[in-house]
Design a protein around this ligand. Structure first.
Ligand code: PLP
Length: 354
């Protein structure tokens, strides 16, 4: 794909057009193939995985390996990169299951907040960043931290789920690895679990691919096809979601019922300067705090358009009270994922429900 094309063109044309063929070839459900071509067995090879890996790798600026969920991508990366006794730095304010997973591995876990300060990185094998972080929407200077990590001999992986491959290209900023839950905005319709890892290191990519084949947790062909179908509208969906997030930010700032409002896309956000330098565009996820859990419940009861849901990046506007899942945040902190509804309808509904 021509890298000079814009985001919309790249996602629509992520599969090269072939005369007489569908624009997006359908899923291939083979477990065993008639031998003689490149594909041998369904746990190792699938044409639909390859098509989506080409598309995501192209957008990330590396080579992508697909996994059946974001956590499968992260757990395979940690298993492949870390040896017993290694030190790994994880975000204390990032996706909580990553910390749960690492706590079960025979490694030394060092937690650091996304925006820093970071501990000395000497002797660290892997620094896993998440920027913007989930749910606090803090931002880490990826280029600066990658330089510091490389000087100390550490690898840098970035969980790019919140940003998406259109919002941020960590490999271009100096990171070694991108991990992503494509369950969120990439697939985008709240009906698929999927994830991927991208890197420019062919040796690491080969080990990840082999770990997938040997480990046996592989993506379903239909899930890969659905996610690829969703990817085609990622540019359009992100544009509407970001427009809705900007309008909600404007409507909520200074609202007496709202505190701690964060959206890195706003010039008023403390993370905006770093985010604007390293991100290509902003997404639809905002964070803010209502008085307590009961205030969040009342808001959801009144709202016709905002649904409680513990995911983000979908067509529907959803809200998640993170303390219920054990995130170390205030009881009334919510992550709101702006969907693709009409902006005026959404802002009116949210203001009326507050
Ligand atoms: C959802 C999420 C994950 C886990 O992805 P699954 O597809 O649910 O396994 C990892 N990191 C972040 C930042 C997420 O939001």
């Amino acid at each position: 794909m021509n890298e000079d094309f814009g985001d919309g063109t790249r996602v629509v044309h992520s599969v090269p057009a072939v005369a007489g063929q569908p624009f997006l070839p359908g899923p291939v459900f083979a477990s065993a193939y008639h031998l003689g071509g490149d594909d041998t067995y369904g746990r190792a090879h699938n044409p639909g995985w390859r098509a989506l890996e080409d598309a995501l790798g192209g957008l990330d600026g590396g080579e992508a390996v697909l996994f059946p969920s974001g956590m499968a991508a992260i757990s395979t990366l940690l298993r492949v990169v870390l040896a017993p006794g290694d030190a790994v730095v994880l975000p204390s304010d990032g996706y909580y299951l990553t910390r749960t997973l690492a706590a079960e591995l025979p490694v030394r876990v060092v937690e650091a907040p996304t925006a820093g300060p970071y501990p000395p990185l000497d002797g660290v094998r892997l620094v896993l960043l998440e920027s913007p972080s989930n749910p606090g929407l803090e931002v880490c200077d990826i280029a600066a931290l990658s330089a510091a990590a490389h000087a100390a001999g550490a690898l840098v992986a970035v969980d790019n789920t919140t940003a998406t491959p259109l919002g941020q290209r960590p490999l271009e900023l100096g990171a070694d690895v991108v991990v992503s839950s494509d369950t969120k905005a990439v697939a985008g319709h709240s009906d698929v679990l999927l994830g991927h890892v991208s890197s420019r290191d062919p040796e690491l990519v080969g080990r990840l691919r082999s770990a997938r084949t040997v480990g046996g947790a592989v993506p379903g062909p239909f899930e890969a096809w659905l996610a690829h179908r969703g990817l085609g509208t990622l540019d359009l969906r992100l544009a509407r979601q970001a427009q809705n997030a900007a309008a909600l930010h404007e409507a909520l700032k200074g609202h007496p019922a709202v505190s701690g409002l964060r959206w890195p896309g706003s010039p008023e956000d403390p993370a905006h300067a770093v985010a604007a330098r390293q991100m290509r565009r902003f997404g639809g996820v905002l964070t803010f705090v209502l008085r307590d859990a009961a205030a969040v419940a009342r808001f959801l009861e009144r709202s016709a358009l905002v649904a409680a849901s513990t995911s983000f990046g979908g067509l529907h506007t959803t809200l998640d009270r993170r303390a219920q899942w054990g995130d170390p945040v205030p009881e009334g902190l919510v992550r709101l994922s702006a969907g693709c509804e009409d902006t005026a309808d959404l802002v009116a509904d949210v203001l009326a429900s507050l």
